[in-house]
Design a protein around this ligand. Structure first.
Ligand code: NAD
Length: 495
């Protein structure tokens, strides 16, 4: 589609910001709304329901009723599979609309909303749909006088709270395994990007997911979010977001009914390039491409780049030659690869970290400022700091913006020590032609995923999640069923 057409379509969109509860669109019972503006140009997109505790009560009640009467939980897995596959198909049939909503809502380039976000969300839902009638339970190897069945049962009502950086993908990572396992789900998207989640709920109903089984409540974290995390009739809370709020979620679970609490949190991932890196150009392309993808608003962005001293100058020279390709542009232009930061608050946070880097003694080699201010939106230039020290604020805290910090090392043990010296442990990478060295480093890195000689390994078949304060539990793969099922043992006396 030509770029002018995306703009025309954007203006013609009629966006419904009402919540989706028990199979219907509804304004909040609190009668509150908030205005959702686009980070692309500041334009108001829609009034959105500002849900609160009464809406959470209504959604949880309908979720519980649906769970108990078995309209979804009691459906044979093969039938749930067909419905979930239809849901995935509908997502793909509505690619243009969903991609446009995602881009307008949170600022990412339309190129990626279409090619990455919609397809990835649909693939996730299809994959769990396909998996659900192929997963078997177990019989324990007990004495022959009895039979011990170990079965998985859905936990019941799942509350899901997600961030704004990949709204559709984050929604899919939660709802697909939870629904496939037979649960009812109440989803609270981020107030910064609620629009695609609301459309997903309509498509789910259209696909045949019965009313009440999947509700979506837009609203603020300290209103709808905390009401969900504190609710006494929610069995499990699955959270993706910052480490700060993740800690509060665990407390709220403990403070209420000790619901199972799963957290997928922040990151400060380390990318270690050794002097014997087999392909320096590939390492540069991965380092630069991965930090600037999605405007740097990725939990697993390799924001700390450790380069062995002897190759550092060559590496930086190559990296600086690539940086201009990531200059921010109009997100509705299909050539744009870096879009807008989600809102003014986040843009100011990123610019604040850049100031902290400069004052802390790091050397700014590229970017460092707001861009495209005349658009009315929020854009930051791709930024690169050299001479960063592990103890600096920009090397310790998650910036969640297009800022790459380059650090150096002289021996690989020192690199591992520095890499592990943050509270986070989401992802990491090591580049070396010496496979036994690379594997030793991979083993020593305290991270949920370690890449060797690449940074783009990603597939629905592998678990995603972190060590340390990057969270607990795993999204994606069959392991995600662990979050949304209870294990039951049934002893049967024989003879
Ligand atoms: P955030 O923690 O501010 O908000 C996440 C969600 O929690 C939002 O829906 C928000 O409304 C809600 N929330 C906020 N306060 C709450 C409260 N008191 N009670 C209940 N809910 C509350 O995070 P964000 O800014 O939306 O997202 C960015 C963060 O998400 C980054 O730290 C990023 O690393 C992380 N993230 C992690 C993963 C992962 O898989 N590990 C994936 C994507 C993003």
């Amino acid at each position: 589609m030509a770029d002018a057409l995306w703009h025309e379509r954007a203006l013609a969109l009629n966006i419904d910001g009402r919540a989706f509860i028990n199979g219907e669109r509804a304004w909040s019972r609190t009668e509150q709304q908030f205005d959702k503006h686009s980070p692309i140009d500041g334009r108001k997109l829609a009034a959105v329901a500002r849900c609160g505790a009464p809406d959470v009560d209504a959604a949880v009640q309908s979720a519980r009723a649906a769970f108990e009467d078995g309209r979804w939980s009691g459906m044979p897995p093969a039938k749930r599979k067909r419905v979930l596959i239809r849901f995935a198909d509908l997502i793909q049939q509505n690619t243009a609309e969903l991609a446009l909503l995602e881009t307008l809502d949170m600022g990412k380039p339309i190129k990626y909303s279409q090619s990455v976000d919609v397809g990835s969300a649909a693939n996730c839902i299809r994959w769990y749909g396909e998996a659900v009638d192929k997963v078997y339970d177990e019989i324990a190897p007990t004495a022959s006088s009895s039979l011990a069945l170990i079965t998985r049962e859905p936990v019941g009502v799942v509350g899901a709270i997600i961030p704004w950086n990949y709204p559709m993908i984050m929604a899919a990572w939660k709802i697909a395994p939870a629904l496939a396992a037979g649960n009812s789900v109440v989803l609270k998207p981020s107030e910064k990007a609620p629009l695609t989640s609301l459309r997903l709920a309509e498509l789910a109903l259209q696909a045949g997911i019965p009313a009440g089984v999947f509700s979506v409540l837009p609203g603020y974290g300290n209103e709808a979010g905390s009401a969900l995390a504190l609710h006494m009739d929610v069995d499990c809370i699955a959270f993706t977001g910052s480490t700060r709020v993740g800690k509060q979620i665990m407390q709220m679970a403990g403070q209420s009914n000790l619901k199972r609490a799963w957290t997928e949190l922040g990151g400060k991932s380390a990318n270690i390039v050794c002097a014997d890196c087999p392909d320096l150009d590939a390492a540069v392309a991965a380092a630069v491409g991965s930090i600037y993808f999605n405007q740097g608003e990725s939990c697993n962005a390799p924001s700390r780049l450790f380069v062995e001293e002897s190759v550092k100058d060559a590496f930086i020279e190559k990296a600086l030659a690539m940086v201009p390709r990531y200059q921010p542009g109009d997100p509705l232009d299909e050539a744009t690869v870096m879009g807008a930061i989600v809102d003014e608050v986040q843009m100011k946070t990123v610019l604040g970290y850049i100031e902290a880097g400069k004052h802390g003694g790091a050397r700014l080699l590229a970017g460092g400022a707001q861009e495209r201010a005349q658009s009315g939106g929020y854009y930051v230039a791709p930024t690169l700091f050299d001479q960063v020290d592990s103890g600096m604020k920009i090397a310790q805290e998650e910036i969640f913006g297009p800022v790459l910090s380059v650090l150096s090392f002289s021996d690989v043990q020192d690199a591992v020590k520095q890499a592990n010296a943050t509270p986070y442990g989401l992802q990491a990478a090591v580049w070396s032609a010496d496979m036994s060295k690379a594997i030793q480093v991979a083993r020593a890195l305290r991270a949920g995923t370690v890449h060797v000689n690449q940074y783009d390994g990603d597939d629905i078949t592998v678990p995603f999640g972190g060590y340390k304060q990057s969270g607990n539990g795993r999204d994606k793969s069959l392991h995600a069923f662990d979050k949304y099922t209870e294990l039951k043992t049934t002893w049967i006396q024989i003879g």
